[in-house]
Design a protein around this ligand. Sequence first.
Ligand SMILES: Cc1ncc(COP(=O)(O)O)c(C=O)c1O
Length: 381
Amino acid sequence: MAISEKRLLQLAKKHGTPMLVIDHDIIRANYLRLRKYLPRVGLYFAIKANPEAQIIKTLYPLDAGFDVASWQEYQAVLNNVPKKELKGKNLEEFIWDKIIVANTIKPASTLRQLTNFNTLMTYDNADELQKIRRHCPDAGLICRLRVQNVGSMVELSSKFGVEPGEAADLIEQAFKIGLSVEGLSFHVGSQCVNIDNYIKALDAAAEIFKEVNRRGYKLRLLNIGGGFPVPYDENVPDFKKFAQQLGHEIDRLFPEEVEIVAEPGRYIVATAAALVVSVVGRSLRDGKMVYYVDDGVYHTLSGVVFDHCQYHFNAFRKGEKQLSAVVGPTCDAFDTISTAEYLPQLAIDDLLYVRNIGAYSNASSTNFNGFPGAKIVNINA
Ligand SMILES: Cc1ncc(COP(=O)(O)O)c(C=O)c1O
């Protein structure tokens, strides 16, 4: 299913490097695998993982919704949903169903832009409730819980979520000032290989559903966030079993009338993209070959920093492998992608490629030193 070496080479000849190839057949397959193994769960693609517009166009016809974090992401969805889909439909109804603003802290200016869209949005503190009451009183609120993120590659609980013991009070507070709380959300951390994080989060959420009910209010929605683990290596648990266990816990704890949704990002896009780079320089330093390539940690390989992800390079050239380092093109020594890669002896203009680089890569690319990010090439779109 992965994009073949031959195809990558052909595309690099045609488009040049750095080049990020996104295969939309893989995006569809990943999305449909999630649907298959978590049939009760509605999916909102977290576009922060990869904001390429074509991905929105690919997922929309498969009935996907979208998780957005900013007004810019919100507009990206509206601008890329096929216009014929909007025709004859009430825009507000369409949005209610299709977009969750899943950033618990929204600047007042963003809330003002969202005023006329009575959209779903998350919150986790009392100040946010006051801002929402002032600017978006008709929003549907989702209270985000702080949950265990043990063992996840990217930890989120230090920054987001109300303590479960305080959640019922925060929900009651929202109802009392005239707002409408639809349900709860949590995020177990990105690339979560520890099913226990989900199990504990679901238990905590179920208790809060009961407590809120005891206080005379009703929640109807549970958002289980993202975090679904991508098979970057053989230590990652088998997703089918992982999802079955998750689905079983959801069914055990939440009656059918509770709508369950998720906001997967990484799982849908990570395996769908490969990056091809060129060697633009080389030097022998401390007895080790250092290859300078035309993309780095300030650009498509930014996941090394922001995503705590270690990428591995593959060479098209064959030959005996030796310990090498691969660094980016900018003037900063921090722009070091890997200090330990086993690569054959490479020449200037040789190409290298990295697989499974579709998540949190081009999403966090900068223009540092004036180098542009990789050209994005969509295939099977
Ligand atoms: C609120 C929220 N939802 C969804 C996601 C997507 O998570 P993942 O890429 O692990 O599926 C993130 C990632 O940071 C997030 O912060």
